[in-house]
Design a protein around this ligand. Sequence first.
Ligand SMILES: [Zn+2]
Length: 416
Amino acid sequence: MYIAVFALSLLAQTNNYPTKFSPAIAQRPDVQKATAFVDANFESQQVPEWIRLTEIPAPSGKEEKRGAYVKAELEKLGYQTVTDSIGNLHARRKGTGKGPTLVFASHLDTVFPENTNVKVTRKPDGTLHAPGVGDNTIAVAGLLQAIRAMDAAKMQTTGDIIFLFSVQEEVGLKGMYAWFENNRKDTDLLVALDSNLGPVGYGALGIYWSRMKFTGPGAHTNRSKGAPNPVRAAAQCITDIYTVPIPDGDPMLGTVYNVGGMMSSGNIVNAVPQEVAFTVDLRTIDKSVMGQLDDAIVSKCDSAARAFGVTFQREWIQKSEPGGTPVQLEDRRKHPLVQTAIDVTKYVGVKLLPGKEAIASGSTDANVGVVAGIPSITVGRGNGAGGHTLTEWANIESARTGTKLILLLAASLTEN
Ligand SMILES: [Zn+2]
């Protein structure tokens, strides 16, 4: 998924924020060696493996084959791996001392069903084309290669690093929620590798997906006059929902709702259906706004159901909580995690617009950490476009940059 464009422009002088990165870290011999490993093996190893991984189908909930590939590669490197009941896979790399434990998360799943053609095409303009090649296979391949580079260079970190390959990110961050339940205590810092190279995301866009269901006894058309009709209730409800105001003020707050992405009703002409349902997709970064809007939408449905004599029930499809507004998250912005990631992103050559280096939003595995109060960010893993479509593509060279970014984050963030 992607980070909504939401810039923290209140504090343009970002050099006031503490950072753990310095060019001296990048100049360390072990870090240099690891970076050189990435360069030396990029075309011969990383790109072919990226293609291979992309061609292993991994729909959310069916990531086993892709997970098994990653697990085997980690074990070849001598790591003990842990696979949990939902399918998340992780391994730990020991640090030398008592630095913070850093978790890198990259999700294994894609939004594409099993029978999708995931054959990769490499074009002369330096791009790879296939569903899932960017989101998020570029990160899976990049993280795997970063691990090899750290090991080949005997790179030392003060804190431990946990490499997490998560599942079911695309269906409400389910894998990450499950992993966090067991490993939260062990997580000091969380970095989700997702999205294009660019601003660092330190917030969480809340997303509520509901199915609004109206049911009644049904009736033949001949007996339908005055009969309870769930269609009329649903129609009234949808009309009423669109009278619920989105809080005015900052249009960048990113609050939005969308009704009817999916709708269903009866299947014959000459009857009042027994059941009508439609979906609502509600999004905001603001916790209180989320609660107010959700209550308002549900109460519109309740009233419409009462007015037309039918039953209303809300069913959850998925729910991920909002992290807070930039003002609410100002402490998070001050955490060195954010500025370190900005400095490293710039150091590897990614241009960031002044005042827009960090955004208080995101819809990645990092959201789970943000909401739990653990310093968590999303950083880019390479560039591409067309995510969640069959015409998805990614820029090959950007993966090299993304992998070096992982190495520098690993060296910097695990320091005390
Ligand atoms: Zn993603």
